[in-house]
Write a protein that binds this ligand. Sequence first.
Ligand code: PRT
Ligand code: ZN
Length: 287
Amino acid sequence: MSSRNLKIAVQRSGRLSEATIGLLKKCDIGFDNGHGKLRSRAFNFPLEILFLRDDDIPRYVEDGVADCGVVGENVLAEAESKLPVAEKLGFGQCRLAIAVPRGSGIARASDLDRKRIATSYPRLLSKFLGELGLNVDIHSISGSVEIAPGVGLSDAICDLVSSGSTLFSNGLEEIETIMESEAVLAVRPELPEGVDRLFESLCFRIKAVNEARKNKYILLNAPDNKLAEIERLIPGMKSPTVMPLAKDGWSSIHSVIAEESHWDVVEQLKAAGAEGILVISIDQMVR
Ligand code: PRT
Ligand code: ZN
C-alpha cells in the first residue's frame, strides 16, 4: 500500500471542468464535486482532487503540491513548463491563432511588422514572431482580447479559437495558427514510491476510457452463407465472435468497430444481409 493519496489538480470552473470531472467519473472514481469546493477526496480510489484556476495548475504540479494535473497544452506552453505529458485527453481542442479585422489588408504574419497585437499569450506570440524576425508591439491583456482592435487598442489579436464564432461576431478573421492544443494530463517527473503506482493505475483507467470512446460494441444476426462477407466488415479486436442461433442456418456475430465510421459499417452490414443489428457504447476497453 502507498503511504499517501495521489493528488490531481483540475480546473475549478471553466471550459475543461465538466469534461475533466466526467472523465474521472467514467474511470469509476467517485467524489463530491459540489459547487465551490476547493478539494475533494475520492471515496473509492486513493485520490485527492484539487480544484484550481487553470493557469495555476502547472505551478502546483511543478512544486509538488499536486502530483498531476489536467490542463490545456496552451497553458503549459505559455508557462514554458517542462512537465511531461502522460496522456492526451481528447477534449478542450482549440488553436492559438492570430486574427485581424476583416478587410484590414493584413493577410499574413509578415504584414504584422511594426503593428500592435493584443494577447493573453505574450510568450508564445513573441517566440513565434521572433522566429520570423518581426518587430511587433505586444499588448498583454488578461481577457476580452477579441474587442481590442474594435476599441483601438491593437491592429490584431492572438487568442484561442475553437468554433471561430467569437472571431466572426467581432469582425475578425484568422491569418495564422501558432499552436494546436487539447487538454492533457501533465505529471511531476519523479513521483514518490507508491504514488507512482497510483498514477499508473489512474492512467490505465484513463486509457481504457479513451479507447472505449473511440469504439462501439456491435451485435447482429446473419444467415450462415453471408458470414464470410460480414466477418470481413467487422474484424474486431482479434476476430469477431460467431455463435450459432437456435434457428438453423443463422448465427449471431459480436464485434468491436471504430466509432467514427460505425454508421457506414452498419449500412454495409445491412446491405450484406445482417439483421437485428445492435450498436452499444463501451464504458472501458483494454486492448
Ligand atoms: O478561470 P480559469 O483561469 O481557470 O479559466 P480561463 O478563463 O483562463 O480558461 P477557460 O475556461 O476559458 O479555458 C480553459 C482551457 O480550455 C483553455 O486553456 C484551452 O486549453 C481550452 N479551450 C478550448 C479554450 C477554448 N477552447 C476557447 N474557445 N479556451 C478558451 N476559449 C475561448 C477563447 O479565448 C475565445 O474567447 O473561447 C473564445 C473563442 O471560442 P470560439 O468557439 O468562439 O472560437
Ligand atoms: Zn485561466
